[in-house]
Structures are given as C-alpha cells and as structure tokens.
Design a protein around this ligand. Structure first.
Ligand code: G
Ligand code: G
Ligand code: MN
Length: 410
C-alpha cells in the first residue's frame, strides 16, 4: 500500500531548525534528526535561518562560530524575537566557549537544553537530540503551571491579602550533610488568593518593596511562623533553627532588632534558634546602615545568614566585616556542579571562604545525590533543596520530621 502523501514533510513546520555554515555538518545533523522522526530544516546563513524561524520550531540548533554572522548575534536575534524555542549549542571549540555562550543565552531569557561538541558520532548525537527534544516538550507542558501570575499587584490587593489573612508560610528543611540531621528550616511565604490561586513570592515581594508594604508583609510572615513553629524550634538544644528572609528595606528600620526579639519572647523562642537571611545584593546597597542593624541582631543572639551568595558583589574585605553565621551558596552554582567547571570552582571557593570567616556553608537548590556527594566531599556543612523536600506547610513538615528525624519530636 502506498504511503499517504501527508507523511511527507511538505507543508509541515519543522520541529528542529539548524544554522551551521558547514552545510555538510548541518545535513548530517538533519539526517540523524529525521531518522529519529523529527521534522528538520538545516540552513547555512542568517538570512535563510531568519526566514525559516517560526513559532512552531521547538529546537534551534546553533553553531556558535560562523564566518558571516556569529552565534552570539543569532542569540540576540532570538531574544528580540521573543523566541520560545529551546536551544542546542554547537561548537568545535573548547567547552568554555559553550559555557559562556550558554550563560549569555540565559541572560537573554533563552533556554539552552544542551551542547554538541563537534565532531560528534551518530549514536551520541541521537542521544543528545532525543534528550533536547524531551526537554523542549517538558518545558512546554510545564510552562502554564510555572508561568508567573499576570495579576496586577497593587497596594490595595496586598492590603486586602493582609486583612483577609491570605498569606501562608511554608517551610523548607535544611539538613546537616555529614549527619543527615535536620538543623534548620527556611520560612517561605505564599499568597493564597481566592481568584488568582497560589501566587509565588517572586511575583509579589519586589512589588511589596516598591509599594512600601514589605515591612507589614514581612512582619506577618514572622508572626505566623513564630507562632506556628516556636514550640518545635525551642524544644531543646538539638532543635533546628528557623530562618526568615528579611528585605533590605526592612533592614533600614532601626527598631527591627528590638521588635523581632520581642516577638520571639512572646512566642517563647530562644533567640539563638532564629536566623535572619539577607541577600548578598541587598546587604551592600547600604552597608553601613545594614551593619548597624545586623550587629544589634547578633548582640541579641539572633543568627545571620547571607542569601544567594555569589550573585552579588561583596568583596572579601566587606564580607569580613559582616557578623554572619552562614553563607548560602546560590542555587545557580549548585545546579551546574556537574556541568560547569566554573560553577564547581565557585562552590568550593565559597565553602572555603565561609570556613575561613568562621561561618557555615549552606548549599541551596540541591536536587540530586550527585550534587550532594560533591558538596559532602568538599566539606559543605548544610544542604537545602528538593532532594530533601520542597517548601511545605506546617503539617506536612511535621510528617516529614516524623519519618526522617523522629528524635526531634520526642
Ligand atoms: O520558593 P520561593 O519561590 O519561595 O521564593 C522565592 C524568593 O522569594 C526567594 O528568593 C526568597 O528569598 C523570597 N522570599 C520568600 N519568602 C519571603 C519573605 O517572607 N520575605 C522576603 N523578603 N522574601 C521572601
Ligand atoms: O530565599 P531563596 O532565594 O534562598 O529561596 C529559595 C528559593 O529556591 C525558593 O523559591 C524555593 O522554592 C526554591 N528552591 C528551593 N529548593 C530548590 C531546589 O532544589 N530546586 C529549585 N529549582 N528551586 C528550589
Ligand atoms: Mn532565602
């Protein structure tokens, strides 16, 4: 029986679009893609590439080094076009070029799903293409769920959220790596809105800061978490600490240390079981004012953690002046432990720096056993991430403790 003509690619948009000035290589990749039943078009210059680009393209395969146009220009073009296709980078050069281009793509809000280092054998190329297409599909499906809410966050809406008690607190465990014991909890706010659903902090914290509502919101988070978790964290010496994220704006309020200590007392919480988290970038906006508040907090025995470390611009000298107890290694480095040499260097150096300054090192965003193993070998103290648990509400956290650290409930 003759095959129906619709089997042909004619009229179909390609799922994969290649740009590589080496026509032979483009054709080779294209043949392999087709053998895996993907529709694919290979172009050899920027004009043809731009003409072939359309919203149905799921994967762009991009050669970084070409004579008439370089790959970086194409990345900028894709950004201008608000391109949603996933990107696979190719280069005959060393890995470092691929890594740097990959970082640039991220800055341009493009999603790189893999690398191909030329030359590449058929079997490996097949594996790379299949994985890249899996990832392209996966992120496509996840997008509507992960999409940031488009709600217009106003002062009135936040006030209503406070009045109607719509802000919830979730907790994420922090685990001592060598002993696997629960040593800390991070409090993370969520906004349960009756119409807009669960709104994540990335969508409203900076708005709350801009609208001068962050002190009220932060205070509500502290009140709720202290009340809910106070008894658990104050049980005994082995109880975990609890970390709250504090906005750099709140750090300018001279009354903040006294208010926080008062709230701790009201809830029978030992101050040394509380930790204040400030981001590295927030801290250095106004270091001298922040130092004033931070020193007072430390004098009251409240602990201090520097969040998202490695993404700001702290110098060694500044860091030495901060009376912090903990450095949190930003998740962007942890995620890349097995992909980027530069990320591994950052992780190891941050751990060394923390220890040299008599601080604990905590790795954020730990998702795999392999990442944990690397952190363990390099003497990182504490890990936090989906490997242990996502941020969860009080009851779920207590169930988690019951199965993992029952002695903390005794
Ligand atoms: O899970 P997650 O999406 O919860 O948090 C995203 C970011 O929002 C984190 O970087 C965290 O620092 C910030 N965040 C979460 N809860 C709070 C909070 O109560 N106060 C402040 N200022 N920031 C928070
Ligand atoms: O305040 P901070 O930036 O540290 O907040 C932690 C953020 O990271 C929250 O948004 C939290 O939900 C998120 N997070 C925590 N663990 C993981 C993880 O293992 N993987 C990823 N992708 N995100 C995580
Ligand atoms: Mn944090």
């Amino acid at each position: 029986m003759a095959k129906p003509i619709t089997e042909n690619e004619k009229g179909k948009e390609p799922q994969i679009l290649i740009i590589d000035d080496e026509a032979d290589f483009g054709d080779y990749v294209s043949e392999v893609a087709k053998s895996l039943k993907y529709t694919c078009v290979a172009t050899v210059n920027a004009t043809d590439f731009k003409a072939a680009l359309n919203p149905n393209v799921q994967l762009v395969i991009l050669d970084l080094i070409m004579p008439d146009v370089d790959g970086i220009e194409i990345l900028r073009y894709l950004n201008q076009q608000n391109c949603k296709s996933k990107i696979l980078l190719m280069s005959g050069f060393n890995k470092r070029v691929l890594e740097v281009a990959s970082d640039l793509a991220k800055e341009l809000k493009l999603t790189v799903v893999g690398h191909v280092q030329k030359p590449v054998r058929k079997a490996e190329l097949e594996k790379i293409l299949n994985t890249a297409m899996e990832l392209a599909k996966e992120t496509e499906i996840k997008k509507p769920i992960k999409a940031q809410s488009t709600v217009d966050i106003t002062k009135e809406l936040i006030q209503e959220g406070l009045d109607k008690d719509q802000f919830l607190v979730y907790y994420q465990p922090q685990v001592h790596i060598p002993t696997k014991r629960l040593v800390g909890l991070e409090v993370l706010v969520r906004w349960q809105h009756p119409i807009h659903g669960l709104i994540m902090p990335d969508s409203f914290i900076s708005k709350a800061e801009a609208l001068n509502m962050i002190d009220d919101l932060g205070w509500r988070v502290a009140e709720k978490s202290f009340k809910e978790m106070g008894a658990f964290i104050s049980k005994n010496d082995n109880s975990p600490t609890m970390s709250v994220n504090v906005s750099p704006y709140t750090l300018l309020n001279l009354k903040f240390p006294d208010m926080l200590l008062e709230l701790a007392k009201t809830n029978n919480i030992r101050p040394d079981k509380l930790m204040v988290e400030v981001t590295e970038s927030g801290l250095f906006k106004d270091l001298s004012s922040a130092l004033d508040i931070l020193t007072r907090l430390r004098m009251k025995n409240i602990k201090l953690s520097i969040d998202d470390f490695g993404t700001g611009y702290a110098s060694m000298q500044q860091l030495g002046r901060i009376p912090a107890n903990e450095l949190k290694i930003d998740q962007s480095f942890v995620r890349q432990i097995h992909e980027q040499e530069s990320a591994r260097v950052m992780v190891v150096k941050i751990i060394e720096m923390a220890h040299a300054l008599d601080m604990k090192a905590l790795a954020e965003g730990v998702e795999t056993e392999e990442q944990l193993e690397y952190l363990h070998v390099n003497q990182c103290d504490i890990a936090q991430g989906y490997l242990y648990s996502r941020p969860i509400p009080y009851n779920a956290l207590m169930d988690w403790v019951k199965t993992t650290n029952p002695e903390l409930l005794a």
